[in-house]
Write a protein that binds this ligand. Structure first.
Ligand code: NAP
Length: 307
C-alpha cells in the first residue's frame, strides 16, 4: 500500500517539536509538503497558504492542521472539499457546533477526519481505563499547571477569543478523564480567572460530579514556574491510582505500572489506521466540558498578562 502523502499546515511549535519526528517514525505516512506563511523546511515542498497547496499539489492525500483553533474549521472544510484526509490538532475547534458540518463533510466525501488528542495516547491512559472499569471510584483530583511562557512563547492567539487560554492544556486532562472514567460526568461549578487584557482565562478551578455524586476537582493554571504538574489522582476503594507527567506515568500503591509510550507516534499510527480503514474519529466530549466551563463559570478579572 502506498504511504499517505501528508502536508503540515502551520509550521509552528507543535509541528516542529512533535509532528515532524512522529511522522518520520511512522510507517505508512510521509511528509511531502508544508503550507505555512512564514516558515519552511529544507527539502520539502513549500506553499504559503493551504489554498495554494490544494490547487498546486494534487498528489497530497492528507493534511495535518497545526494552526491555532480559530482558523482550523475553514481550513478543514477546504481540505475535505478538495478530497484530503484531515488530522486536526487539539482542541478540535474554536466552537462545538462548527464540528458537525466537518463530520458530515468527511462522511460525504469518504475521507478521514481525525480530531487528534495526543494525551489520549499517553502510556497510562489505557491501563488506567482498564484498572478503573470495575472499581469503586471515590474521588478525582486533577492538577494541570504549567508555565505558558515556556510552552506557548509569544502565542497571542491563545489569549484571543477561541484560543481557550488555560483550557488549551486543560483540555488534555479532560481528554484523559473522559477516556478513563467508566461513567459520564458533568460540570457543577467553575471559577475562571481572566487577565484584564485577555479574552481567555489564565487559570480555572472546576468541580464536576456524576450520577453517584462522586467529586471531581480540577485545577488548571498557566502561571506555574519551576516544576510543571500534569497529574490526575483517582481515589478508589482499592487505593489511589495516579497518572502523572501528563499521563506518561501510572502509579498504584507506589508501583509504576506503565510509562514512556510516546504520544505523537501513537497518534500518527492511529491516523494511518483510520485512513486505511476509511473511517473518522471525532470525540467532542472534552470540548463540550470546556464549553460548559465557559457557560457556567464565574468570571474573575485578575492582573494583566504580559508575555
Ligand atoms: P504556534 O507555534 O503559534 O504555531 C501555529 C502556526 O500556525 C504558526 O507558526 C503560524 O505559522 C500558523 N498560524 C498562526 N496563525 C495563523 C492564522 N491566523 N492563519 C493561518 N495560519 C496561522 O502554535 P502551536 O504551539 O504549534 O499550537 C498549534 C496547535 O497545536 C494549537 O491548537 C495547540 O493547542 C496545539 N498544541 C500545542 C502544543 C504546544 O506545546 N505548543 C502541544 C500540543 C498541541 P505561519 O505564520 O508560518 O503561517
Amino acid at each position: 500500500m502506498n504511504p499517505i502523502q501528508l502536508a503540515i499546515v502551520g509550521l509552528g511549535k507543535i509541528a516542529r517539536d512533535q509532528h515532524i519526528p512522529a511522522i518520520a517514525a511512522t510507517d505508512g505516512i510521509e511528509l511531502r509538503a508544508v503550507a505555512s506563511r512564514n516558515a519552511a523546511l529544507d527539502g520539502i515542498a513549500h506553499f504559503a497558504t493551504l489554498d495554494e497547496l490544494l490547487t498546486q499539489a494534487p498528489e497530497i492525500d492528507a493534511v495535518a492542521l497545526c494552526t491555532p483553533p480559530q482558523v482550523r474549521r475553514a481550513q478543514a472544510a477546504a481540505a475535505l472539499a478538495a478530497g484530503k484526509h484531515v488530522l486536526l490538532e487539539k482542541p478540535p475547534g474554536a466552537t462545538v457546533s462548527e464540528m458537525a458540518p466537518l463530520i458530515a463533510a468527511a462522511k460525504d466525501s469518504g475521507k478521514t477526519l481525525f480530531a487528534g488528542r495526543h494525551s489520549r495516547f499517553a502510556a497510562a491512559v489505557e491501563p488506567a481505563r482498564a484498572f478503573l472499569a470495575n472499581r469503586e471510584i471515590r474521588s478525582v483530583a486533577i492538577a494541570w499547571k504549567e508555565d505558558v511562557r515556556v510552552w506557548h512563547p509569544g502565542q497571542r492567539w491563545i489569549f484571543e477569543p477561541g484560543g481557550l487560554g488555560v483550557f488549551d492544556p486543560g483540555i488534555n486532562a479532560l481528554s484523559i478523564l473522559t477516556r478513563i472514567l467508566p461513567r459520564p460526568f458533568f460540570l457543577t461549578e467553575a471559577e475562571l480567572s481572566f487577565p484584564a487584557n485577555c479574552a481567555a482565562p489564565i487559570a480555572a478551578n472546576l468541580d464536576f460530579s456524576d450520577e453517584s455524586g462522586m467529586a471531581i476537582r480540577a485545577e488548571f493554571n498557566f502561571l506555574q514556574t519551576g516544576p510543571q504538574t500534569w497529574e490526575i489522582r483517582v481515589e478508589t476503594g482499592d487505593g489511589v491510582l495516579t497518572l502523572s507527567e501528563g499521563g506518561a506515568k501510572l502509579t498504584y500503591a507506589g508501583v509504576a505500572l506503565a510509562e514512556t509510550q510516546q504520544e505523537y507516534p501513537a497518534l500518527y499510527r492511529h491516523f494511518v489506521d483510520l485512513v486505511r480503514r476509511g473511517t473518522s474519529d471525532v470525540d467532542l466530549a472534552p470540548l463540550i466540558h470546556v464549553a460548559d466551563a465557559f457557560m457556567l463559570g464565574r468570571r474573575l478579572v485578575v492582573d494583566a498578562f504580559e508575555d
